[in-house]
Design a protein around this ligand. Structure first.
Ligand code: SPD
Length: 387
């Protein structure tokens, strides 16, 4: 059985200067495991172990156990729920992970810091199953698709309890706009039924900028200040900042509006349906637009088991394997061949695979500079602490 645990959350915003990161990576210092035994012919045999670090609520129940059974490789499976937590570990180095899943705009700058191993395509015969258009789009973040394999994609939008929101707002319901959470007029009315925000500065501040008509990739400090000011105005109405707790809370009616990732909101919708509790959850891609994101499987440069990591990536690229993950978790995958393995209830669900007019509202995300991120983190702390 895989070992599944939440990794300990590290301090936000602890970024190491690139030079220091480089030195750490090159020096190989830290608690590195002992080298693997040398096999016949001088090749290094890897221990049958794989350390995977993925987002929470992002894999099917049998995905890991089937891989273990098939390969004899024991998987230690840890989860996180923000890019920031993963990044802190990757930039510190020697995370001990063999497979990680950063979003493409985080992978972009992490790759520049030398954090990842270039993929060896000769070990990925299932690579041809991937969606070529998506791969082409991703070259903006990952030139030549050198380091990452697209896993699942999504938008950051709004998950909401249809009945509670309508009851709270009466007939005046902007169920097509970020105004629902960013206009104090509406947020104040929704306070009692519960508004939650993701605990991630770029997710929320970039969404606020989109609402304001600002390019979410802007690094102008006045644009950041505008987003901060907007979010501060609705801060008194936000019950909490967390990036996964809202799935259950939306599903059981504890909260009524969450700035959410598509699939997580849809998992809340499905959990409510399964428990037949009368909660009706929907997901909204606001008319102003929403950040589009692709989470990428990648192998850290100092991964202890890079061959096992390639085997795992290749396994996930089997269409039937990744289709099962999409089926359970309601995220579309980056695997074109997987579509044929989806049940119609998922394949034809416009909330999972949005129609072209919705996709047209998605905005690509580019890497932030570390300097800008420092300013963004400070703004976030001010928002969270109300100072
Ligand atoms: N529970 C799975 C959450 C996946 C979130 N992906 C992050 C995208 C960041 N823009």
């Amino acid at each position: 059985m895989p070992t599944i645990r939440w990794a300990r959350r590290l301090d936000r915003g602890r970024f190491f200067a690139p030079a220091v990161v480089g030195i750490l990576l090159l020096a190989g210092c830290g608690s590195k495991p002992a080298g693997p035994p040398t096999g016949p012919g001088g090749t290094k045999a890897e221990a049958p172990v794989l350390n995977v670090y993925n987002w929470s609520d992002y894999i099917a129940p049998d995905t890991i156990s089937r891989f273990e059974k098939e390969t004899g490789i024991k998987v230690n499976y840890d989860v996180y729920d923000t890019n920031e937590v993963l990044e802190t570990k990757l930039l510190t180095g020697h995370s001990g992970y063999d497979v990680v899943v950063p979003s493409a705009f985080f992978l972009e700058r992490q790759a520049r810091e030398g954090v990842f191993l270039p993929l060896d395509r000769s070990k990925l015969p299932n690579y041809h199953n991937l969606d070529e258009k998506l791969l082409a789009r991703l070259t903006a973040n990952d030139p030549d698709n050198r380091y990452g394999v697209p896993y699942m994609w999504q938008a950051t939008g709004i998950g909401y309890n249809v009945d509670k929101v309508k009851a709270a707002l009466g007939g005046d319901v902007p169920l097509d706009s970020w105004a629902l959470v960013f206009d104090p007029k509406y947020a104040a009315k929704l306070k009692d039924c519960g508004i939650t925000f993701l605990d991630s500065p770029p997710e929320v501040l970039d969404s606020a900028q989109i609402y304001l008509g600002i390019d979410p990739n802007s690094e102008r400090l006045e644009d950041l200040a505008a987003a901060e000011e907007l979010v501060k105005k609705v801060r008194p109405y936000v019950r909490y900042f967390h990036s996964s707790q809202y799935i259950n809370d939306l599903a059981n009616g504890e909260v009524c509006v969450s700035v959410a990732y598509t699939g997580d909101a849809l998992q809340a919708r499905d959990r409510a349906k399964e428990s037949a509790n009368g909660v009706n959850i929907a997901f909204l891609v606001p008319k102003e637009g929403a950040v589009f994101e692709v989470d990428m499987m990648a192998i850290p440069a100092d991964a202890p088991h890079p061959d096992n990591a390639h085997r795992f990536l290749n396994y996930i690229m089997r269409p039937e394997v990744v289709a099962e993950i999409s089926t359970y978790k309601k995220y579309p995958s980056g695997n074109a061949a997987a579509i044929a393995f989806l049940p119609p209830s998922v394949r034809d669900d416009p909330a999972v695979y949005p129609p072209p007019d919705v996709v047209a509202r998605f905005k690509d995300h580019r890497a932030e500079s570390l300097t800008y991120t420092r300013y963004e983190n400070r703004a976030w702390t001010r928002i969270r602490t109300g100072r």
